[in-house]
Design a protein around this ligand. Sequence first.
Ligand SMILES: Nc1ncnc2c1ncn2[C@@H]1O[C@H](COP(=O)(O)OP(=O)(O)OP(=O)(O)O)[C@@H](O)[C@H]1O
Length: 412
Amino acid sequence: MADSQTYNPDSRSEEDITRYLLDRISGLESRNLELREEIRQVESEKRFIESQKIRYEREIRKLKTEVEKLRSPPLIIGTITDVSADNRVVVQSSAGPKFMVRASGFIETEDLKAGARCTLNQQSLTIVDILPQSFDSQIYGMEIDDAPNETYADVGGLEEQITEIREAVELPLTKPELFKKVGISPPRGVLLYGPPGTGKTLLARAVAHETNAKFLRVVGSELVQKYIGEGARLVRELFEHAKKDAPSIIFIDEIDAIGAHRSESITSGDREVQRTLMQLLADLDGFKDRGNVKIIGATNRIDILDPALLRPGRFDRIIEIPEPDIEGRLSIFKIHTKDMSVDDDIDLNEIAILTAGMKGSDIKAICTEAGMFAIRSEREKVSKNDFIKAIEKVGFDHRNGAGELIDGAMFA
Ligand SMILES: Nc1ncnc2c1ncn2[C@@H]1O[C@H](COP(=O)(O)OP(=O)(O)OP(=O)(O)O)[C@@H](O)[C@H]1O
């Protein structure tokens, strides 16, 4: 290319200038071609990198799913008893047998130590996690609430049940001296039974709130299904934990999963449930000295409970939590509409009549749905019609004779 520094336009002829410019143009054209080639190469590199990225992302997703699969329950819990040089590990499972297993690639080799507790995938028996030595409520899916917010005022239509639970659970926690004076041992706990969604958990949380007690909730089915062979240990630790944190309330939801009447067939699953139940009974029996720990069991299936669990002295009161009647439904509607902005002409009595056969959880859902209908229509107040549509949506049982009311006739 001609050097522009040495070019002096005054000293050259027109022909020179033309040649010079043609040279310059051809120089720029070939540079342009070079740059285009470079761009093409960079773009093809970019495409290659993008396709690599997609491949890696796909691989990461696959690996993540695999890890999730490995980690999903049921898991077996065990203790590492030996580690060989090639990283094969001997694990004593809590259900009994010993296994020679391998650890998944995500476990750090230095964590594989004799004495460490670990979880094994039930099918592949691969070690999928190393557990902390101390009790960790998170691992066991236990819900711990230092101070539940619910109060008795949040529970609708269960006045008698509230009185009963206050005597059996609240009084021993707040006024233990009364029982000493009279010379009777305070009740240890109550069993709540009734259909799902009627407020059993809500009631238990309210008791914990009113007594300033810690609320420990476990689900019976999780105790026996989540970590095979650990049910009995979990129950023991649960009670220990509750004692340490007293005053506290242990709430065992779905207690039928561990306390169902024992059948003839004895599978390993049954044995696991039995061991867990025996531990629960032992803890309930040894509960006398644990004045400030109370237990509330809940079940939808009292009919299948083992009589051992119902024997006097285990649960002091067995309280039915029934489906709400019209009064109950009205007071539940009042609770759940308390903070809602509703039209002045709404008569909750009428709405309560329309919801025969529905439970507290349905009523809560109806209020939320009614609010959603109002939002969808860009209104700030919830109307009767919103409630009617919500009742329909939540699945009102037409057998209760309200079919003709749902179309709004009653509110026309
Ligand atoms: N009696 C009630 N008063 C006010 N709200 C209620 C009542 N019953 C149920 N609810 C509402 O429904 C929700 C679910 O009820 P809850 O979990 O207490 O039922 P449950 O009887 O424990 O059900 P499950 O047997 O399925 O565990 C509560 O959080 C509450 O909002």
